[in-house]
Design a protein around this ligand. Structure first.
Ligand code: URA
Length: 234
């Protein structure tokens, strides 16, 4: 693809996301970091006293996990994928059919949109880390149940503590509610930045929701600008 074609594709994606102009004004760069983190709502942080972990150790602790009932219906445990030193981690809900088959998060239609969202801030899937709250596909894609969340989330928290990203993006109400420990409406939670396990957490809509409600892509673009500003801040 020529550079001109790449640029055309990039601009048409921005249009698809609802971006109707590009500003050089640096003002938005500071917007997201204007609130000191100490003033932000917090969620529990890592236990810095604990023995250092690695992603391989976490994966091998999981093994062929049978800790909850979801193991019975899964094809593949979907651990997570991407850069173990990523500054940016995306957290979704749970694997769907495609992910269960391929063993990788966000590879179906919603995943293709997530890849474009990542590209919109100049990054690739290989540069970030992608995981889910739940590692095994719930039957018929039902919402994960509380006991399943309680069993599985410590492994995600360990992954985040090992990666130590600057920014965690929680995709959709389920991930947002689980990570922040709240059931407030996503419309109230979006647009703010939260402290989470030593990182900044940005809540945004799930790509599967965007496929049904494309008019909300504009909001996701706003959230991604916040993410970019946080990544660029010291
Ligand atoms: N939806 C999710 O929340 N996670 C996936 O991995 C795929 C779809």
């Amino acid at each position: 693809m020529t550079r001109r074609e790449q640029l055309t594709e990039h601009l048409s994606f921005f249009k698809e996301l609802g971006v109707d102009g590009v500003s050089r004004d640096p003002i938005w760069r500071v917007r997201a970091v204007a609130t000191p983190c100490s003033a932000l709502p917090t969620a529990p942080g890592p236990d810095r006293e604990a023995t250092p972990d690695t992603l391989n150790e976490i994966r091998s602790d999981l093994g062929e996990c049978t800790r909850c009932k979801l193991h019975a219906g899964r094809t593949t445990l979907v651990f997570g994928v991407g850069n173990p030193d990523a500054d940016l981690v995306f957290v979704g809900e749970a694997p769907g059919r495609d992910e269960d088959r391929e063993g990788e998060p966000f590879v179906g239609r919603a995943g293709q949109l997530l890849t474009k969202i990542i590209a919109s801030i100049g990054l690739t899937r290989e540069q970030v880390y992608i995981a889910n709250v739940i590692k095994c596909r719930p039957p018929n894609n039902r919402n994960p149940e509380l006991d399943e969340v309680h069993t599985c989330e410590p492994f995600l928290f360990r992954q985040i503590d090992v990666i130590r990203p600057k920014v965690v993006v929680a995709l959709g109400a389920f991930a947002i509610h689980t990570l922040l420990g709240t059931d407030q409406a996503i419309s109230r939670l979006r647009g703010h930045v939260y402290a989470f396990r030593g990182a900044k957490l940005v809540p945004t809509f799930h790509p599967a929701f965007l496929l049904r409600s494309p008019e909300r892509k504009r909001d996701v673009w706003e959230d991604m600008k916040t993410v970019r500003a946080l990544l660029e801040s010291r």
